[in-house]
Design a protein around this ligand. Structure first.
Ligand code: ATP
Ligand code: MG
Length: 154
């Protein structure tokens, strides 16, 4: 169905904000759109894609002082959702692989976590099922930013 992405995101971010506050994590959501943007959206699938990204921020981010920022904007013919964290970041040579199935970065911090390396591969499939794209940018020691772009319904 064609859904106004601003209303969808406002509801979703409110839900996550509530969940994250219980874990002392701050979620800051900004809607930079100036008009209603209809997107052909499967709400459950987009919810899951965003959940996978947020759960990584929780898993790999600092135990104290984690801040997740979400921004909705319009970029040309697309709606753009940016999700950034102030976690450890991802080394540049590893970044191109993070959307591959079963790809994990093993290190002292993460070796004990029970993870399969599927979260981002699934997020990418879910976003691409909307005709959209997902990319990541990261700086070690500063954090990581995921960008989801979704075509506007014509
Ligand atoms: P799963 O999601 O299946 O539990 P996973 O979290 O290891 O396992 P992905 O979500 O696909 O798998 O992430 C792949 C790898 O990318 C992770 O192992 C982690 O090393 C790195 N990564 C993902 N998100 C972040 C992030 N926000 N900050 C730092 N590293 C990240
Ligand atoms: Mg994950």
């Amino acid at each position: 169905a064609s859904v106004p992405i601003g209303a969808f995101m406002a509801d979703l971010m409110e839900e996550f904000r509530f969940e994250l506050e219980e874990r002392q994590v701050r979620l800051e959501y900004t809607d930079r759109t100036e008009q209603v943007l209809p997107v052909r959206l499967d709400g459950k699938r987009m919810h899951q894609a965003i959940r996978n990204i947020i759960s990584n921020a929780l898993k790999y981010g600092p135990e104290e002082g984690l801040v997740i920022k979400a921004v909705l904007s319009k970029q040309g013919d697309s709606a753009c959702i940016e999700l950034s964290d102030n976690g450890p970041g991802i080394p540049a040579d590893k970044l191109p692989h993070i959307f591959e199935r079963f790809y994990r970065i093993d290190n002292e911090r993460t070796k004990d976590l029970s993870s399969t390396g599927l979260g981002l591969a699934i997020a990418r499939e879910l976003v691409e099922a909307h005709g959209g794209k997902i990319t990541a940018a990261s700086e070690e020691g500063k954090g990581t930013c995921f960008t989801i772009t979704l075509p506007l319904a014509g």
